[in-house]
Design a protein around this ligand. Sequence first.
Ligand SMILES: Nc1ncnc2c1ncn2[C@@H]1O[C@H](COP(=O)(O)OP(=O)(O)OP(=O)(O)O)[C@@H](O)[C@H]1O
Ligand SMILES: [Mg+2]
Length: 249
Amino acid sequence: MSLLSTKALVKYFGDTHAVDRVDFTVTQGELLALIGSNGAGKTTLVNLISGLLRADSGQIHFQGTDVTHQSIHERIAEGIARSFQLVNLFDQLSTLDNIALSIFSREGKTRRLFALADHDSAVQDEAMAVLRQFGLEGKARMVAGGLSQGERKLLDVAVAYALRPKLLFLDEPTSGVSTREKAPIMDIITSIVRSGRITAVIIEHDMDVVFKYSDRIVVMHEGAVLADGTPDQIRTNDQVAMTLLGTHV
Ligand SMILES: Nc1ncnc2c1ncn2[C@@H]1O[C@H](COP(=O)(O)OP(=O)(O)OP(=O)(O)O)[C@@H](O)[C@H]1O
Ligand SMILES: [Mg+2]
């Protein structure tokens, strides 16, 4: 069953055809990898779907609803969330409060930006439970700015996860972390996504990671979808190999 679909989605920046008539579908329950060279249009596509950018033309349907013209907040309420290629955290707030803020915003509550979690034990408990899932409970009181790069990437995913999305976009959740740290981070993320029955789209450059964790792979090139298939189909696709060769060796 299709959870999300875009139809002829277009976003140009001047002469750059960042997203060029893209038909993109996400099926309920899958873990989909979105890959492609630098500048292929992956982040722009996610920005369009999550509502950070407005499409020039085309449509986006989520669970049968046309969300093309909805605001970010309306789309979050529908169940679409995303993490960021460059993490989007409140560095002066504690790790716990970063999660608490996400829970508050999900519930439409507004709070002052200090000592957030201390004043609401239900939110504090929920935020701690999320941190525990991500292995960050020991860092709950540390300011987010003091975390390691790997911990920051995990926290950024946890912030999006705390919105309790049905569809979660993860834009390079392991970028900037060492090769050694990639597998543990992906293990945590994929086990949470699968046990929570969340449909997820992961943008990732590391092909070992892509082949190991994804059910299906969509390849973008110069704003268009170049290929779409199982890991085996993509691994043996000559056009994909040629397009990606030399870019991510
Ligand atoms: N705000 C913007 N203004 C102008 N051009 C942009 C903007 N955002 C993206 N672009 C251009 O659109 C194209 C697609 O960029 P995008 O960030 O979507 O690629 P990507 O596939 O996510 O690449 P990467 O793997 O490097 O993150 C690029 O040519 C980029 O320079
Ligand atoms: Mg990108």
